[in-house]
Design a protein around this ligand. Structure first.
Ligand SMILES: [Zn+2]
Length: 327
């Protein structure tokens, strides 16, 4: 049995594809959320793919847009919802991780609040209209305009062995070697909130510095075909499982002072505890503040922006997961 796929005012009958926008009321304004609904001719799971949760992250949006154009409903066993720009104010106005509407990072407030700030309302809209009812979820992010990043897939462990195994299987279908596990499903990330709902959900981080890179986007589209194939939604697509290396987050480094930022690392660097990874020069007094890494491990992403303020995230370090033999 196949049925009509409907999100707000958009509908796709079985065997058809519909592209358009659906208005989301954020209290003080309404934003139009772009959506492509691909309703397969054959029954199967419903897969949600989002990008543009943050502004300044180009590759994911590029890949989602390409995928929305490519998917053919006649070939699909199930339904695919592609939302290439989940957070239009952040993508089109701020081009930052926080929304220009209220300064909120939407990926810290899922599942949102229908009576909250505009960004909290947007999170609630996305959660209710898109995440709820999905059988699998892929959230595409990239290194932002001021961020170096080494490609990785992330997901949260929930303690439900069946769910965690299904999520791990999805993560291994993308063709990305490094997988970083979150040891619980707490917090306001969309993929964490989805995991708490029992939905296998992965975060995909590809590309860096907000760059357009057609090759990276095409590789990501191929990876998404791999995930859809693994989920049984497509018969075609790469079937291979990548031998992944599992990591866990070890430490985040944040700025302690205001100033000019001189990083001395790039993403993918292996660092040892105590190593200097950059320095901040305070223009007020010319003082140089060295920044040391608090842990040994690999930097998967880090700050490349020109200036920093206290609390700014400078680097995120992961270590091999216990028991991972691929390392
Ligand atoms: Zn992001």
């Amino acid at each position: 049995m196949t049925s009509t796929l409907s999100i707000g005012t958009l509908h796709a009958e079985p065997g058809t594809k519909t592209r358009g926008t659906v208005p989301a009321d954020l209290g003080t304004l309404t934003v139009d959320i772009p959506l492509t609904l691909v309703n397969g001719a054959h029954p199967g799971p419903r897969v949600l793919i989002t990008a543009g949760v943050h502004g300044g992250e180009f590759t994911g949006i590029d890949a989602a847009t390409r995928l929305a154009a490519l998917l053919e409903p006649g070939e699909l066993h199930g339904q695919v919802i592609v939302c290439p720009v989940a957070n239009p104010p952040a993508v089109y106005q701020g081009r930052l991780g926080v929304s220009p509407l209220d300064g909120v990072n939407i990926n810290r407030v899922f599942p949102g609040d229908p009576d909250g700030s505009p960004t909290e309302r947007l999170a609630a809209w996305l959660f209710t209209h898109l995440l709820d009812g999905a059988d699998a979820y892929v959230d595409l992010h990239s290194g932002g305009i001021d961020e170096v990043l080494d490609d990785f897939v992330g997901y949260r462990l929930t303690g439900d062995p069946q769910l965690d195994a299904k999520t791990a299987d999805m993560a291994s279908a993308l063709g990305i070697e490094d997988v970083i596990l979150g040891l619980n499903a707490e917090g306001g990330n969309s993929h964490a909130a989805a995991a708490r709902q029992g939905i296998p959900a992965i975060l995909v981080e590809t590309g860096q510095l907000g760059e357009r890179d057609a090759e990276t986007a095409r590789r990501l589209v191929t990876g998404l075909y791999g995930v859809l194939s693994r989920l049984g939604v497509l018969d075609t697509g790469p079937k291979a499982t990548t031998a992944v290396r599992d990591w866990v987050w070890a430490a985040g480094v944040t700025a302690e002072t205001t100033g000019l930022w001189y990083p001395e690392f790039t993403a993918g660097d292996d660092v040892t505890e105590g190593q200097v990874i950059g320095h901040v020069v305070d223009p007020a007094d010319g003082q140089e503040h060295k920044v040391h890494t608090p842990a040994t491990g690999r930097i998967f992403y880090g700050m490349r922006g020109l200036t920093v303020a206290p609390g700014a995230e400078l680097a995120a370090i992961a270590v091999p997961a216990p028991g991972d033999s691929a390392h």
